[in-house]
Design a protein around this ligand. Structure first.
Ligand code: SAH
Ligand code: SF4
Ligand code: F3S
Length: 478
């Protein structure tokens, strides 16, 4: 694993240098287009969390700055970037399997550049494996090297030598002002901080994303102001633990202060955020959410386990009692709030009784949705060294957890029947064009009939709920 150093903001000179490389590649691409009438295309495959989605929007922005045009399938691409995730083994396997599928494209088109970046390749052992077993991969660069894509590509195109950069020597960097090509015209990701300092014993993120570092409030507010004028209606503030926002800044500002400043901006929009660590979720944050209409009434509060012993072994630094207290306060202040969570089953040493405590916590918390994961040992983390549970026990617990949660979700969704929600319309429902699909502030999916000619995408409408299923609701506009 790479050594982690102090936060450093990428200087204007360094960004100018990168733009210089981008301009040269753009000139080369434009000359090719003029000569052949064809444009060189780029294709990005993204794995992992919203942080990676946001990073891919920056990779796309840089690719376009370099004169590449987006293509819908990897087949027609001249530049393929695979932005990987390392959080569970399955995510790594999928990234490697996709990489394998691109081998024949390189055989067909030797000029094709295949790049792998993101969390998976920020681990030394993965870098070595790719170097040896995937000879058609042209460049590899870790998360802190993202802003140097133009330089990496330029160097590769000139030297035609495979390049492997794990990190920039300052894995605690922040790059402002990179070009970005957003994937949506209404909903935008806004990273407010990077990295993580928590070192939960199962988690690889602190090792591959470096230490916590916050963007300046001015840069964040400026980005959101611009997005509002461009017509964006929904923002999701991103960080591995948004509650520790500002701790590394000289300015005296914490996450609730930032959220309040964002909510006070002019314009019609909603602000979501994720993720919030329960040890740092304060009453102040809940009060700010409650008094600001623009703060979406949705809270993602990862529980991980309902057992105090397991929570301690995970280094989560809260108890189930503390967790339920936060939840109670939240629901007292915002009775209709949507609450979602993450749960890991099969953590090393988790007993049947401890798993039952998790089921019990799920019954008590009555989540609107849970994201449940089977524990996956990550090399280099303390939990990977602990004695592991057999696969069948983990699978069985996962099935029981899902069964419990599905029943609760259906009950909760049925309780919505007859109520009216304001819905941000996402577009026509998949599979039935006479229906629209949208989400409540809390992210519940609602289908409702609408006049086909009427374009409601991006609008907020009131919908009365008429029927409910486990994963979605039905309604009519009112
Ligand atoms: N920063 C966020 C989580 C990021 S990872 C937080 O603290 O909540 C997203 C989720 O993946 C985690 O909440 C956890 O439930 C799950 N996860 C992380 N490492 C895992 C592992 N080794 N095995 C299984 N699930 C894991
Ligand atoms: Fe991983 Fe824990 Fe950090 Fe979340 S808070 S990213 S689970 S170490
Ligand atoms: Fe995966 Fe990296 Fe996100 S490990 S979950 S893509 S921070």
């Amino acid at each position: 694993m790479s050594e982690i150093k102090k936060t450093r903001t990428i200087t204007e000179e360094e960004l100018t240098e990168q733009r210089g490389y981008a301009d040269q590649i753009a000139a080369w691409n434009h000359a090719y287009a003029k000569e052949t009438g064809l444009h060189r295309g780029y294709y990005i495959q993204t794995f992992g969390c919203q942080q990676n989605e946001a990073d891919s929007e920056r990779l796309a922005g840089m690719a376009e700055e370099m004169g590449y045009v987006p293509v819908d399938t990897p087949d027609g691409a001249d530049l393929i970037l695979i932005n990987t995730c390392a959080v569970r083994e399955h995510a790594e396997e999928r990234a490697l399997s996709i990489t394998g599928q691109f081998k024949h494209l390189k055989e067909k088109n030797p000029e094709l550049v295949i790049g792998i970046c993101g969390c998976m390749v920020s681990q030394e052992k993965r870098k070595e494996r790719i170097k040896k077993s995937y000879p058609y991969v042209s460049v590899l660069f870790g998360t802190s090297m993202l802003y140097r894509l133009p330089e990496i590509l330029y160097t590769y195109l000139h030297e035609k030598k495979r390049l492997f950069y794990l990190d920039a020597g300052d894995s605690g960097n922040i790059a402002e002002g990179l070009p970005v090509r957003r994937g949506d015209s209404k909903q935008a990701w806004v990273s407010i901080m990077y990295g993580c300092n928590n070192f939960c014993t199962y988690c690889i993120v602190p090792y591959v994303r470096g230490r916590e570092r916050s963007r300046s409030p001015e840069a964040i507010l400026e980005e959101i102001r611009t997005l509002i004028t461009e017509g964006y209606r929904e923002f999701t503030l991103l960080g591995q633990n948004v509650n520790s926002y500002g701790r590394d800044l000289e300015e005296n500002i914490d996450f609730p202060d930032l959220l309040e400043r964002i909510c006070r901006l002019d314009g019609e929009f909603r602000v979501h955020f994720m993720t919030s660590h329960p040890k740092d979720a304060t009453q102040k944050l809940i009060d700010v959410m409650a008094r600001n209409e623009k703060a979406a009434k949705h809270f993602h509060l990862p529980l991980q386990s309902g057992s105090d012993r397991v929570l301690a072994a995970m280094n989560r630094r809260y108890t189930i009692a503390h967790y339920l207290d936060i939840l109670a306060y939240m629901r007292e202040k915002m009775p209709d709030i949507t609450v979602t969570t993450d749960i890991i089953v099969g953590f090393p040493g988790e007993t049947e009784e401890e798993f039952l405590e998790t089921l019990n916590a799920v019954e008590r918390a009555r989540y609107d949705q849970i994201f449940s994961f089977i524990f996956s040992p990550r090399t280099g983390t303390p939990a990977a060294e602990m004695e592991q549970l057999p696969e069948d026990i983990k699978q069985n617990r996962m099935a029981r957890l899902l069964e419990t949660q599905n029943r609760i979700m259906l009950e909760k969704n049925r309780a919505c029947i007859g109520k009216v929600y304001s819905i941000l319309v996402e577009g026509a429902s998949r599979g039935d064009k006479s229906m629209y699909a949208g989400r409540t502030e809390g992210g519940k999916l609602v289908h409702f009939p609408a006049d086909e000619a009427l374009s409601l995408r991006g609008q907020v409408v009131n919908v009365k709920i008429t029927d409910a299923e486990t994963y979605h609701l039905w309604g009519t506009i009112c």
